[in-house]
Design a protein around this ligand. Sequence first.
Ligand code: FES
Length: 455
Amino acid sequence: MESIWTESIEIRKREPLPGDMEVPAVVIGAGLAGILTAYYLKQEGIRAVVLEADRIGSGQTKNTTAKITSQHNRVYDWLIRTFGYRMAEHYASANEAAIGEYERLVQDKGIDCGFSRCPAYLYSRIETEFLKQEAEAAKSLGIEASFGTECELPFPVAGVSRFEHQAKFHPLKFLAGMAEEVEVYEQTKVLKVEGMRVETARGTVTAEHIVFAAHYPFINVPGYYFARMHQERSYVAALEGAERPEGMYLGVDQGGLSFRSCGDLLLLGGGSHRTGVHPGNRSGAGCQYEMLRSRAQEIYPGCREVSQWSAQDCITLDGLPYIGRFSRRKPNWYVATGFGKWGMTSSMVAARILTAMISGRDCPEADIFAPSRHVTVQAVKGLFVHGAYSVKGLAKHLLPRGKGRIVPNCPHMGCRLEWNPEEESYDCPCHGSRFDKEGYLIDGPAQTDCKRQEG
Ligand code: FES
């Protein structure tokens, strides 16, 4: 099913790339990060064209719950302990500034996207100490944060960490407004990037700067992002007849849910799992939508589901985005990826950092987001877990292929695909590519459809 965002706006179509061109900057991907980057570059007097394989906002922007917040689960206490106060402060200030910048753009451009400020909460039903620590850490970094034991949710909580002045909006209405400001070519899939040439089926764009902003970089080498990220799926149900809190909530306990109101609806989210490792396949029962439905009835008896959809997020080894130079070997390539569940603020942060880098301006906040930042203990653990999934997926590709119509091996790097019974797709447990039941590509990093079985 489509998200409530997709169902409530039709974004104006754009023409495909008309042929070869030479420009100062090219941005691959017309989601929030790509469109905003092109917009800020234009403000600096740098012409940037955006190439989109499908339509504007057709990637993950349409599937978000659109919480614009610097509250990224429990991150600040860990950031201070791991990277030190200065880099943690960079993370906090870049994300807080992103919220303000959304507000400024909405007002300056008169974009009617329901932008409103509201508090954001982390809640736990069992623990309080780490929420206290998180609120204290955030406060020490300049965020207006506090710990409390009360909130609007209709069940008891042990504690909450509350951030003031966060925000929410309609992401596609905002994106449509901003896309009017930039040069975008749709239906222009990038086939190859070589040096400073971006090849598409519609022509080649030669640029001084290339920005990869299409969710998951499809270039394997250099950068090796496939070894440093996995993808996760999560699920949302839009409910009628449920109480609608003013604030936005995220549960930090195992199986915690997220809550955010939108007009007459409540958006209930949860059920995250690694792409390609669907819980229904292991238990043989239960699906994530069903879990959300039953939790919804438990919490809001009699409520009615009007829509449901899923999202796919890139998760880095340490959980922080990769925003900056793509690789030391490619100084004029830039990347914006690994936003985790925090695509709204991360897109804005990416656009501002990449614009500063391309314009040759200093950007002290870039250090904490740099893909080349130092490797943490958490990242090393992540590398082992990620590696184990890849080894298992690759080993499985040697198993018999079954009698289906498609060869169930991922065209990205060959891992055996797993059937996702809930969404009727073949999903890759290695790096998260997805294909429909006919083997057509849904999500990368794979670039092509699955092969067909012979005979
Ligand atoms: Fe990399 Fe499937 S996504 S092997």
